[in-house]
Write a protein that binds this ligand. Structure first.
Ligand SMILES: NC(=O)C1=CN([C@@H]2O[C@H](COP(=O)(O)OP(=O)(O)OC[C@H]3O[C@@H](n4cnc5c(N)ncnc54)[C@H](O)[C@@H]3O)[C@@H](O)[C@H]2O)[C@@H](O)CC1
Ligand SMILES: Nc1ncnc2c1ncn2[C@@H]1O[C@H](COP(=O)(O)OP(=O)(O)O)[C@@H](O)[C@H]1O
Ligand SMILES: [K+]
Length: 500
């Protein structure tokens, strides 16, 4: 699913109006109906409502929503926040229509016009939408502050009033903090950025049948992966397949005290369809790995406590494996850095790089040029910062992410809520699955195992990253459903991995 910027959204509305064709007022009615369909499923018709409308088209939506909810017998009052002398045409049209069915429209011009909003009420926020062009001030600001102070449940129409859809807000901006946002057709880029979590609540999109051909053609670097899109990436298994078909992966993981990371990664790799798996761990990890993961072959490093790259048991060189995954629990010992330095020039196929392998790259940036094209790097934000430089805001972080992926021709999986997968072409795919239960030690190691397995099965690296991140988050969601977020462990996530 594409994410478009505000100018594109405006052009998309126009394209729909022109090509469907549909009158603007009927498009607004369709949007209002889609909102109302969502709303009536969640809030019974006895819920007292206060609907705050601005004077633009977002306000027009609010007025249409008020009329449609009145038809469904909701007890409601409408408050028009009158901050400017001019209303939009579609606002005016809906204002006339609403006045035919209710007298309950009040005007908010001064602070004392703002009503109390008790906890049993739902507030619908239709003050400002994607047309926001400056910070909220005066009575708009006061109304937003009052909404945020109130204990009422808040639902924003299209986007929280005061939040820019595709550019950073200033720290002092006053923005509605909704419980829910119901956005029309496409998510806004702002919804996917951690700094905006307070300003989106639980957000959803509702279909208002905007012009599909325009969306298909619109250029954008930003995508939001829907479950159906992710599932399409899954390779079907050939009936005559054998384990060679699914590749032989080498995982380089673990150090003294962190052999668990190797175990988690190895288990996840095996649960994600790898044909054969060899794990190289420091000598001390050998009995652990052989016992905990009997399905994997294990080659002990000659170094007892850290990876040095040398091993006596096996002579197959890392380059002969279908792919290599490196990082979980490896630490930053000088022997391990030496291994990384020796390893990189020998590899040509895409590999997976995580955790301290990333930190070693951050401290030895000349190595970045040696990464095989199409490799997948899986930093959390702190690790990504160590690879680049600090950023001022989430938008700058996205720019940096795209720049980095393009420069080094790699796929960067920036982990967190809505993990962002940046491609060597400079696109970003945001993930839809996952929950804060995944914020627990070892879940990143699980992801490394998953991605290594997909590369071993010869998935295209971008598809491997998008699919792997999706499946990992989905497993987390399934665990959360069964035992809640708080009790979740990385092992649970491995066990919940499902590929269908
Ligand atoms: N155009 C369409 O066909 C559709 C638009 N829709 C709605 O239209 C909204 C966008 O409408 P608009 O472009 O009218 O935008 P808004 O409703 O956000 O209002 C923008 C108006 O407010 C002014 N404004 C901007 N920032 C302000 C601020 N801080 N304080 C006071 N005034 C400010 C602008 O100058 C402009 O006049 C969407 O969010 C969505 O809710 C939906 O009805 C779907 C269809
Ligand atoms: N709030 C969250 N919502 C969704 N996913 C999350 C959240 N917090 C963490 N995760 C996921 O959990 C994983 C954590 O990885 P990482 O930070 O490397 O942990 P570790 O190093 O302990 O293995 C990542 O895949 C990340 O996307
Ligand atoms: K709004």
């Amino acid at each position: 699913m594409k994410i478009l910027n505000v100018d594109q959204i405006r052009a998309l509305d126009q394209a729909t109006i022109q090509h469907e064709p549909i009158a603007p007022i009927n498009l607004m009615e369709r949007a209002a109906l889609a909102f109302v369909d969502w709303f009536v499923d969640r809030f019974p018709a006895t819920t007292p409502l206060k609907i705050f409308c601005g004077l633009g088209n977002n306000g027009g939506d609010g007025l249409a929503i008020a009329r449609l909810l009145l038809e469904r017998d909701y007890p409601l009052e409408v408050f028009v926040v009158r901050y400017a002398p001019r209303e939009s045409d579609d606002f005016m049209h809906n204002h006339r229509r609403l006045k035919l069915v209710t007298d309950n429209i009040r005007y908010v011009e001064l602070s004392h016009d703002i009503p109390p909003m008790p906890h049993n009420e739902v507030v619908i926020d239709a003050i400002l939408g994607s047309g926001l062009s400056r910070p909220a001030e005066g009575i708009v600001k006061s109304a937003i502050e009052a909404i945020n102070r109130s204990p009422a449940t808040v639902v924003s129409v299209d986007i929280a009033s005061g939040l820019y859809a595709d550019q950073p807000n200033a720290p002092e901006d006053v923005i509605v903090e909704p419980d829910y946002t119901v956005a029309f057709q496409l998510p806004k880029l702002a919804f996917l950025l951690p700094g905006n979590a307070r300003y989106t609540g639980d957000w959803q999109t509702v279909d208002i049948q905007l012009h599909k051909r325009f969306i298909d053609k619109a250029p954008t670097p930003y995508y939001y992966t829907r479950p159906d899109e992710a599932r399409l990436l899954l390779h079907k298994r050939d009936r005559y397949a054998h384990k060679g078909t699914f590749g032989h992966a080498l995982l380089l993981a673990g150090s003294y005290g962190k052999i668990g990371a190797a175990v988690l990664s190895a288990r996840a790799c095996l649960r994600s369809g790898v044909g054969l798996l060899t794990v190289q761990v420091p000598g001390c990890g050998y009995p652990v790995l052989q016992t905990a993961v009997p399905e994997a072959m294990c080659r002990p490093d000659t170094h007892e406590h850290v990876l040095s790259g040398t091993t006596e048991v096996e002579t197959t060189s890392p380059a002969d494996f279908t792919t290599v995954g490196i990082g979980p629990g490896i630490g930053k010992a000088s022997e391990t850095l030496a291994m990384l330095k020796a390893l990189l020039p020998t590899l040509t196929k895409p590999m997976v790089i995580d955790a301290d392998a990333l930190n070693l790259l951050g401290e030895n940036r000349e190595l970045l040029d040696q990464l095989p094209a199409g490799s997948i790097l899986t930093p959390h934000p702190k690790e990504f910062e160590r690879l680049t430089a600090p950023w001022q805001n989430d938008y700058e972080k996205l720019d940096r992410l795209r720049e980095f992926a393009r420069k080094y021709r790699v796929v960067v999986v920036l982990k967190g809520a809505h993990t962002a997968v940046a491609t060597p072409e400079g696109d970003i795919h945001f993930n839809a699955t996952g929950n804060p239960g995944l914020s627990t030690g070892g879940t990143g190691d699980v992801l490394t195992g998953v991605l290594t397995a997909l590369l071993a099965q010869r998935y295209d690296p971008v598809e491997a990253a998008v699919l792997g991140v999706y499946a990992h988050g989905l497993a987390g969601d399934q665990v959360a459903e069964q035992r809640g977020q708080i009790g979740m462990t990385a092992t649970d996530v491995v066990d919940a991995l499902r590929w269908a």
